[in-house]
Write a protein that binds this ligand. Sequence first.
Ligand SMILES: Nc1ncnc2c1ncn2[C@@H]1O[C@H](COP(=O)(O)OP(=O)(O)O)[C@@H](O)[C@H]1O
Ligand SMILES: [Mg+2]
Length: 509
Amino acid sequence: METIGKVIGGSVSEKIFIRLHSGAEIDVGDILVVRDRKSIFYVKVIDMGIASLVPGQFIEDMAGQKLEYDLEYDLYDEKDRFYRVCRAKTLKVKKERFVPPRTIPHFFSDVMLVTEKDFEFLKNVGEVPIGRLRLGTKDIDVTISLPAKKLISHHMLVVAATGKGKSNFAKVFASGLLPLENHASIIIDPHDEYYGTKGIKGLNSHALRERIVLFTPRFEEKPGSEPLILYAEDLEPGDFIGIVGLSEAQQEALDTLYRVYNEDWLASLVADKQINELVENTGGKIHRSTLYALRRKMNYMMELDGRSGLVFTLERRKVPSVHEKINKAVLEGKTVILDTSLVGDESEKLISSSILSRVFALYRKTKQVNPERFAKLPELLIIFEEAPRVLGVNVLQGGNNIFARVAREGRKFKVGLCAITQMPSLLPREILSQMNTKVILGLPAPMDRDAVVNSSAQNIADESTEIQMLDAGEAIVTSPFLEFPMPVKVFLFDDLLKAMKKERPVVGL
Ligand SMILES: Nc1ncnc2c1ncn2[C@@H]1O[C@H](COP(=O)(O)OP(=O)(O)O)[C@@H](O)[C@H]1O
Ligand SMILES: [Mg+2]
């Protein structure tokens, strides 16, 4: 193996300095190994610079001569006197086994490029492959996998600017869960890009597509899909709280209506009863203006056109509810996709809030009532885009909602969130730190970078510049379940599909 540099200084608390060979081709983000007498240091290039022993004024003078007189004099010892140095942070030290970096290599230790062999230890980390090990802008043939079982209920955050590969990552991760026993996921899909349509390849092209259930208002056009129709009788006041802005009086009114009318509460409020009648039946406790305001809000959220809209309806239900069907699919370890692309923001939030509430209640109750059965429930991952809409600071000021609750308690109940966003700075710090695994793709805005850097399980302050420059699909993954913040080139979902076709995997489930 070729030596491309020598250690020339540094400290344990700061960085190691390396003088580079004139022919070394490395970039910021590269991982190198430093071979000391007994240990191997895995280091990552944080910064590079040029240096010289020649005093600055002479260098300026020489540059001037080159510029003004086109003088191209060859310095016979140029390589000795003008060179590059890099600053590298120690990721991990390997003695007999891996230990945290509490020591430093000696002067003149050899620095080398890494090879596949140096990463044998990554082989058994996890079962969900997400990409290849990335060295700066290159990548090498080392597959990075995440340990789903441990990681899911500790929540995930996928952050990046638009077009950097958030949805692609989520697709890759979700398809990696498909072959696993006892794992389920629910994907809330506002752009109709996860299941697959004419233009975009999605999870329905996966070899294990029989483990996927699509719920969509367009069920008639999509063979094999289930109708996404929610009946008012299946909704509860809690589905609205913390999702739509409600005053205290309005929240109380919802509870009162529910007590009086039970499952007819919503239909009564929105259409079936006169306001006078509602006031009377609730003992005059609710103000008329409160009821009018609520009627308007509910109508708007449910996008009703008469008694039924595209997804919501006030009609009586004669078939099993979507909630029941989804809970059943989850128990069977399926991947559920909810196509919310045809409804507005508010409506989508109501759909996802009610579905998450019911499935979370199922997990919680099972744990209380039947711990043995609970132990056998699948680990459940909820994937949702534009997370600040339900977890933003301003939303949660108006009351806690089910997403915040799962963020805090999900771990105890095997339910994890995979929150996708381009603006992590809008999420409360507490929630950000609950998201233990962070998949960070390119994030140019300083505020958003700071938000993820400051809430990461591992120290990635040094990677801030790298995060700013990441290209589509290039990621840093921080997680308490990984040895160090892992630079990854995420697989392109379409490539995964192609590879799958070639291999024709034996599906032994
Ligand atoms: N891992 C990747 N490798 C190569 N190209 C990628 C990768 N991820 C995303 N891209 C490219 O970027 C585009 C946008 O990806 P997408 O996941 O839709 O971004 P986002 O959801 O962050 O807006 C994709 O269509 C693809 O061309
Ligand atoms: Mg996207």
